[in-house]
Ligand binder design. Structure first.
Ligand code: GLN
Length: 192
């Protein structure tokens, strides 16, 4: 694979920032809003934003099932914040009936770090790389299954995980101008 084409789910959330970080990581980021666009990418980023809105829009745009199917077929995907919630098999603190795409065997708690005013930044070790992490009404991972690798913690809370081709972070690396997490993802996609 020469140039990796990574879709950024563009229903809602900070799409442009991910496209920019992907370019810095040497990949081509393209917005994905329709099933045909999803079919044309090698990998997918699910941005931060609001998971309840993303779920409703994915349903309205007929993307929920195509997304689930491609993830089941092994599409590499990276979810940040709301995107982490979307990739969780199970969530706590969701709204009535809230569905996810699933794929990572974990329980994620929405808004676990508190409300908007409780947003914060921290220096983390992410898979052996130093990363400045921005948390905005961020979820954390309550528990993980055997096949899930923990890549980062903030204090004793799990904030980054990987299961096979799926990567998720509670924080927003796309907002810091530091493309290390995106580079990790692009390398992952190249190796798969
Ligand atoms: N709290 C949001 C949600 O539940 C996530 C916040 C974010 O992506 N910054 O979807």
């Amino acid at each position: 694979m020469t140039r990796v084409k990574v879709g950024v789910l563009a229903l809602q959330g900070d799409v442009r920032e991910h496209v920019r970080a992907l370019a810095e990581a040497g990949a081509e980021g393209v917005a994905v809003r329709r099933p045909e666009e999803l079919a044309a990418v090698h990998a997918l980023v699910i941005p931060g934003g609001e998971s309840t809105t993303m779920w409703k829009l994915a349903t309205a745009f007929d993307l929920l099932e195509p997304l689930r199917l491609r993830i089941k077929e092994g599409l590499p995907a990276y979810g940040s914040c709301a995107g982490m919630i979307m990739l969780a098999d199970r969530i706590e603190g969701g709204v009535e009936g809230q569905e996810t795409l699933g794929g990572i065997d974990m329980v994620v708690r929405r808004n676990a770090f508190g409300r908007q005013v409780d947003s914060f930044e921290a220096d983390l070790d992410f898979a052996g790389r130093p990363v400045r992490a921005v948390f905005i009404r961020a979820p954390w991972v309550e528990s993980v299954g055997h096949d899930v690798e923990v890549l980062a913690r903030a204090g004793d809370r799990i904030v980054a995980v990987r299961q096979g081709p799926l990567l998720a972070t509670s924080f927003h690396p796309e907002l810091t101008g530091d493309a290390r997490v995106h580079s990790y993802f692009v390398e992952m996609v190249r190796e798969l």
